[in-house]
Design a protein around this ligand. Sequence first.
Ligand SMILES: Cc1ncc(COP(=O)(O)O)c(C=O)c1O
Length: 354
Amino acid sequence: MMIHAKARPLISKLSIPSPIKKYFMHQDWEIDLSNNTNPYVGSLANYPDICQNHLKDIYISTILSLKPSPKTKPKITRDNVLFTVGSMEGLDLMIRTFAEPNTDVICLTSPTFSAYEHWALIHNLTVKHVPLLGENLNHLFIKAIVDINPKMIFLCDPNNPVGSKLDVSIIPQLCESIEGFVVVDEAYIEFSDHPSSLYYLKRYKNLIILRTFSKAWGMAGVRCGAILADKLVINALRYVQLPFGLSTQAQETVKESLLNPDKIFDSWARIKMNRDTLVSELSKLKAVKKIYKSETNFIMPIFNDFVAVLERLKAHKINVLNCSGTIENSLRVSIGNEQQNRKFLEAIKEASGE
Ligand SMILES: Cc1ncc(COP(=O)(O)O)c(C=O)c1O
C-alpha cells in the first residue's frame, strides 16, 4: 500500500497493521478461523467491517448531494474516505501520522477550537497562532502563515467559537501557498450558506477535510467522523488508526441515518431559521453589543453588561459557554429548540432592563 511521502519516517518503516492487511485482501472466505472469536454467538461476535464500502458509497453520494454546491462535482471515491471515532480522532490521527514530535510546527488561527492546540502539545509540537482578522474574524494574513512554514495548519471553517465562515478565497490561496497540509475542520458545514472545501479536494493534494456526525447529524453519542483526503494521505492514516474503532452498531446507525435523512434535513432548516430569529431579536437589546455572523448552529454575542447577563442566565439555570477568556464579554450559545431559545432571550431581555 503506497503511503504519502510526508508521513513521519517511522511510519513508512512499519508494516501495514495485520487486521487492515487481511481485510484489504478482499478474499471471499466461506469459513474464517483467523480471529479467535466465539462461533456460538450472533453477528456481533464478529469484528466490525473495516472496508465499510457500502457506508462510504452512501456517505459520498449524500455529502455531494448537499447544497450549496458548485455545478461540477468532484469524483470522490472510497479511497478518499476514512471513518473515524468522531472528528476528534481525525485531528489526532492527522497529528500523529504527519507531525514529528519535537520538530514540526503546527499553525492555528485564533480564536479557534481549543482541541487542536491540546493534541498538538501532547504530541510535543510547536504551536504558532495567526490571528483571524476583520469584522467577522473571517480573514487571514496568508503571508504570516507562509513565513511560519507549518507542517500543517488547522482551520475551523465555519469557526468554533465565533461561528463565521472564512472568506471563500482563503482556502485555495493557502493550499497554493504552503507545502504543509491545510486541514479544514468542517464540523458545522451543514449549517453554512457557502459550499464546502470538499470541492477543492481533487485540485489540492495538501487539503484534508474533517467531518463529524456529532453536530448537524445529531449522533454525538454514536462517535463517528470522517476524513476526506487524497488516497495517499488516507493510506498513511490507516497505519496509525486503531483498527475496529468504529463499532458495528455505530456503522449501522450512521448507515440508517444516511439512508433516511429527511427528518435531519428538516431540522437543519429549522435550526437555521431559529438562529436567524434569535440573532434578530437579540440585536434589538441594549445588553447586546455585537453578534458575529454565524454559519453554524451557535452564535457568539458580545455583551455590554456582561455581569448582569451572567447573573440572569445563572438565575434561570441556563448554561452557555463563557468565552470571555478568548473574546472579552462573549458567550457561545448553541441554538436550542424554540422554547429554550425563548427562555435564553427572556434572560437577556431582563439583563437589558426590558
Ligand atoms: C470544530 C469542532 N471540531 C471537532 C469537534 C469534535 O467533534 P466529534 O464529536 O466528532 O469528536 C467539535 C466538537 O465540539 C468541534 O466543535
